[in-house]
Design a protein around this ligand. Structure first.
Ligand SMILES: O=P(O)(O)O[C@H]1O[C@H](CO)[C@@H](O)[C@H]1O
Ligand SMILES: O=c1cc[nH]c(=O)[nH]1
Length: 287
């Protein structure tokens, strides 16, 4: 296999990968991602022991044991541009030999189990603050998949095409389903929803402060959208990037969402940390 040059697979002087600052032995094959770096310790405080604590920029990693399971928790920061870095570097840690700089043989490839624990805004009155929602289909309204050859099913493409028409936007979004296995295992008893991954928190999610939107009534259009039984339930900023790179790289991926805002009733949770903490324990016990 071809050797990957120094400018592409960038290793720090201690041999760790460029942004995450991790060595291969520092991560488990079960990984929880969170957006906020302060949330990493909120997860690892439940561990029986923590063996690795590494931080660089917004990327903080703790690896340890929870009830006998080795788990890593990694913060991604906000947005799918960050997800591009985190997913590619996590994959490199397990599927590229850092000495020979060659990808491992297909039969030795490791499939990671990756669960995102994030906060999210609900698009439905009937999905109230405090809900825990597991994402089935994600819709990427960002441009990350303009740069990778994502294979969508015909059904996924059709949802994306119909959404483009419904919103009247000048680009084709991408639609990707997550892991059925993880959704059943970790998301059991959660609301099953479909998630918009937006390239921003304000206008891309229909939020207006002082700027006028380019698209009119984006929330109304997103809420009204339906294709063959698929309706969208919530907004956030990373899931579609994780689902699409997970599919491309061969990892099992799931996103669970703590609903902290309801965009229809205009409420924001008084206790967002409690909603997230409850979800963290649920995920640790099930992953
Ligand atoms: O709570 P996290 O995981 O950061 O997720 C959500 O919160 C951030 C916006 O406030 C975005 O990253 C969005 O996806
Ligand atoms: O409304 C929300 C809440 C959390 N995160 C988002 O991206 N949107």
């Amino acid at each position: 296999m071809a050797r990957i040059p120094e400018s592409e697979l960038i290793l720090n002087p201690d041999g760790s990968i460029y942004h995450l600052n991790l060595l291969p032995e520092m991560i488990s094959d079960t990984i929880i991602t969170v957006g906020d770096q302060d949330r990493v310790a909120r997860v690892s405080r439940h561990f029986d022991s923590v063996e690795v604590q590494v931080a660089k920029r917004e990327f903080v990693t703790h690896t340890g044991y929870y009830k006998g399971k080795r788990i890593s928790v990694v913060s991604t920061g906000i947005g799918t541009d960050n997800i591009d870095i985190v997913l590619n570097e996590l994959d490199a840690l397990v599927n590229i030999d850092f000495v020979s700089r060659e990808p491992v043989e297909a039969e030795d490839r490791i499939s990671l189990k990756i669960v995102r624990i994030g906060t999210s805004g609900s698009l439905r009155e009937e999905i109230p603050l405090g809900s825990h929602l597991a994402t089935e289909y994600s819709m990427g309204l960002d441009t990350l998949m303009q740069f990778y050859p994502l294979m969508e099913t015909g059904f996924e493409t059709e949802i994306a095409v119909q959404l483009q028409l419904a919103l009247g936007i000048g680009f084709l979004p991408y639609c990707v389903k997550g892991s059925d296995l993880l959704r059943e295992q970790v998301g059991k008893d959660m609301i099953i929803g479909n998630t918009f991954t937006c390239p921003g928190f304000y206008a891309p999610q229909g939020r207006l402060l002082r700027l006028q939107p380019k698209l009119e009534d984006v929330i109304g259009k997103m809420q009204a959208f339906e294709y063959d039984g698929v309706r969208f339930t919530n907004f956030e900023m990373e899931t579609a990037g994780i689902y699409s790179l997970g599919r491309l790289l061969g990892h099992e991926v799931l996103s669970v969402n703590a609903i902290v805002a309801n965009r229809i009733t205009h409420q924001f949770a008084e206790n967002p940390d409690q909603i997230i903490d409850d979800m963290i324990v649920k995920v640790l016990d099930r992953v």
